[in-house]
Design a protein around this ligand. Structure first.
Ligand code: PEP
Ligand code: MG
Length: 757
């Protein structure tokens, strides 16, 4: 049974479009279940009906023409209840709706199961028998299992049609929307540029080629290079290979010939796809065909084809001197966006970001917020390979992406952009006013930075210090570890621009979702693994070069403070302090006039929360990393869109932990700041102020919104609000209560923030 399931799913996977996929399903399921009829009905929301999309057994003339309105017939019943219906005599059921065009009157029994993808019923899979007998438990279970596995394939095929402006049954469709997670607030309207990491056939997008002959020439050159490599390899191994292995090399070389793979790729180039896209399509088609083969030897050849085509791709990418062209209204789209991909686009051209993977608190989303770029994350169903060059709207408030926008939708979103611009303009008057509540409580608003451009924006917004400089950002943009001198230059820029205001530099925090391309860390559980201080303590040469660079850069400015990430044990702090002191002593001996900077610890693991007092005794200040603290307290991967709705910094457990940290730090007379994203959420900022945080550190984009709210809410009211929410036991209830308080204070207009916290 399992083997049969696997075969059907694989065959459906190889289908080139939705209709072919459905045809395979009905034929193969009817055979596998030995029934007289198998049909698929899909929901077409353009006409609010379930359309008979494919059938084996019903009249073919009905396919594509017959439909049932929502809730109508047994199909409607299955879809409405999202549950199977298994009947011996369908016609006697009150929901039975006779469709004369299908000829279904000859069939008595009926088994329909819903096709569900991400909680949404896409349609219904039906099998029917002539004789009156209900389907047994095993048959029902088989159909349910199959339907669950096929749902993803059907959803993907539907999505591909939808971005081409077609509903499942071929109606014209606009405003196709794809849901993800809010990444960075704002709206962007522009054109997609699909980016992808090199050397991965699965991720190459389709892209229109403008010069076919040049593209064919590129491809020929790449093929020739691979042929040369293979011949060289074959002759260098000649004496060590068995005859059958030598024959394999000959087969590979023949596969590259003009009458084999090469020919197919060129045909696709001539049809308008660029060489990389054409190669990827041909490769994946063949790989899927081989994977379907019964013979295990032949099945394994799929890997050979992939390897061979990857080699060609390597040369294509190497020779492809034409870099991606970025239109003035670029929306960068990718399976997994990285800091380096963002940095590649000229700043003034980058309007929006869409990432298929990741979530609202992934580091790339945080970077986007720092840069003020509207972003949707975790848009898992987006057929992004087909999007290059298409017009998109990114709604970063709700994590929504639209293709084929209608004039109406476009105009509506243009209004939203205008409103946001007016709001930002209106806040500029606050830049030089103090961040003080109406009852004269002063709050320090600092910023989080990563790039030099953030520093400029931060100063423009009136920031009073840097609470978190993510030093890993320049590391992520480099092609090797930056040298001590290169680092010192970068750090000096930040320190100088902010002097005499304080700049908190965090030591290298890589691992988790921050992988350096030149220092890959492959782990089963990266967020529970080798991250932050754990990496740098294991690599003292990296650690010491970094702190030397920081301390050198602070000469004559004395506004540096160093902060340690991912601390879970006191020994990590004592070990790090020893290294920092050693670096400082060395520099003094080398003649640098430098002071030992204040050292602080990040509280971002539950273990550190309960050791706040012990940690405080070892350092000068502490800062809460609420992004990780939320992730680890709630056991919700901050990078996983599937669990994004469970990630909330308003969860009572998080709020109580934060309050504990503030009180414990103050008992030890240490200042405590918070540099996680929640500090930049106006509603959360009010609670944090009431808890007693000395400094709120956030991205520059949200700084003035937070200042506006703090200037409108007295500390006494904030304390009352905090007392109320600390008695609540549900994150959503807390969020609503805080929103309501801001509404009552008349500052709800500033609430349009990303709802990840
Ligand atoms: C945090 O975890 O809250 C934090 C500020 O660090 P990062 O987001 O870089 O992990
Ligand atoms: Mg962190």
């Amino acid at each position: 049974m399992l083997e049969r399931l696997r075969e059907i799913v694989q065959e459906v996977n190889t289908a080139k479009d939705l209709q072919s996929a459905l045809n395979v399903i009905v034929t193969r399921v009817r055979d596998a279940m030995n029934t007289q009829v198998c049909s698929v009905y899909l929901l077409d929301s353009e006409i609010n009906s379930h359309v008979l999309m494919a059938s084996e057994g019903l009249k073919q003339s009905a396919v594509g023409h017959v439909s049932l309105q929502l809730g109508e017939g047994l199909v409607g019943l299955v879809a409405a209840n999202a549950e199977p219906v298994n009947l011996e005599d369908a016609q006697s059921h009150p929901h039975y709706h006779y469709l004369s065009e299908t000829g279904e009157e000859q069939f008595s029994s009926f088994l329909g199961v819903p096709i569900i993808h991400h909680r949404k019923v896409l349609g219904v899979l039906v099998v029917q028998h002539r004789e009156k007998r209900s389907f047994d438990e095993g048959e029902e279970a088989f159909l349910i299992t199959l339907s669950a596995q096929l749902a993803g394939v059907i959803a993907a095929a539907e999505a591909t049609g939808a971005i081409q402006g077609m509903s499942p049954s071929g109606q014209r469709k606009s405003d196709t929307s794809f849901s993800g997670v809010a990444g960075s607030t704002g709206v962007a309207i522009g054109h997609a540029v699909v980016v992808f990491p090199p050397a991965d056939l699965d991720l190459i997008p389709a892209r229109i080629c403008t010069d076919v002959e040049r593209e064919v020439e590129f491809f020929d050159r790449a093929l020739q290079s691979v042929r040369d490599d293979m011949s060289r390899l074959a002759s260098s191994l000649e004496t060590r290979l068995r005859p059958e292995e030598r024959e394999l090399f000959a087969v590979y070389l023949r596969m590259l010939d003009d009458d084999a793979l090469g020919h197919e790729v060129k045909e696709r180039i001539r049809a308008g796809n660029w060489a990389q896209g054409a190669l990827a399509d041909v490769a994946m088609d063949h790989v899927r065909t081989f994977e379907l083969m019964k013979d295990p030897y032949l099945r394994e050849r799929a890997a050979d084809i992939k390897d061979l085509c990857s080699r060609v791709l390597f040369y294509l990418q190497d020779h492809d001197v034409v870099k991606a062209e970025y239109p003035d209204d670029t929306i960068l789209v990718g399976e997994e966006l990285t800091a380096a991909m963002l940095a590649e686009v000229p700043k003034e051209k980058l309007l929006g970001l869409v990432s298929v993977r990741g979530s609202g608190n992934s580091h790339v989303a945080i970077l986007a917020r720092t840069m003020g770029i509207p972003t949707a994350m975790g848009v898992v169903d987006l057929p992004y390979r087909q999007l290059d060059g298409r017009e998109l709207i990114v709604d970063g408030y709700n994590g929504q992406v639209y293709s084929n926008p209608s004039d109406q939708l476009r105009n509506r979103y243009r209004e939203v952009i205008k409103e946001e611009q007016q709001l930002v303009k209106g806040l500029e008057g606050l830049i030089h006013l103090p961040c003080e509540t109406p009852d004269h409580h002063r709050v320090n608003l600092w910023v989080n930075t990563g790039l030099m451009s953030d520093v400029v924006r931060s100063l423009d917004h009136g920031a009073e210090g840097i609470g978190l400089f993510r030093t890993e950002v320049p590391f992520l943009l480099a092609e090797r570890f930056p040298s001590e001198q290169e680092q010192a230059d970068i750090y000096r820029e930040q320190l100088q621009a902010f002097a005499p205001k304080r700049v908190t530099m965090r030591t290298l925090d890589i691992g988790g979702d921050k992988a350096l391309p030149y220092f890959p860390i492959e782990e089963e559980n990266p967020f529970l693994g080798w991250r932050g201080i754990r990496v740098t303590l294991d690599h003292p040469e990296i650690f010491i070069a970094q702190v030397r660079a920081m301390i050198r850069a602070s000469a004559g400015l004395d506004n540096l403070q160093i902060m340690l990430p991912m601390i879970s044990h006191v020994q990590e702090v004592t070990g790090s302090i020893a290294i920092i002191k050693r670096a400082w002593r060395e520099l003094r001996e080398e003649g640098y006039e430098v002071r030992l900077p204040p050292i602080g610890v990040m509280i971002e693991l539950p273990a550190a929360v309960y050791q706040t007092r012990a940690l405080c005794r070892l350092v000068d200040f502490i800062s809460v990393g609420s992004n990780d603290l939320t992730q680890y307290l709630l056991a919700v991967d901050r990078n996983n869109p599937r669990v994004a709705s469970l990630y909330s910094s308003f969860h009572p457990a998080v709020l109580h932990a934060l309050q504990h940290v503030v009180s414990a730090a103050h008992l030890e007379n240490r200042p405590v700041s918070i540099c996680g994203e929640m500090a930049g959420d106006p509603g959360a900022a009010i609670l944090l102020m009431a808890m007693g945080f000395d400094i709120l550190s956030m991205n520059a984009t949200t700084l003035l919104k937070v200042k506006a709210v703090i200037r409108s809410v007295p500390l006494s009211a904030a304390r009352e609000l905090l007392a109320e929410v600390m008695l609540m036991d549900d994150a959503q209830q807390v969020r609503q209560h805080v929103d309501m308080a801001l509404y009552n204070a008349g500052v709800d207009r500033l609430l349009r923030t990303s709802r990840n916290n």
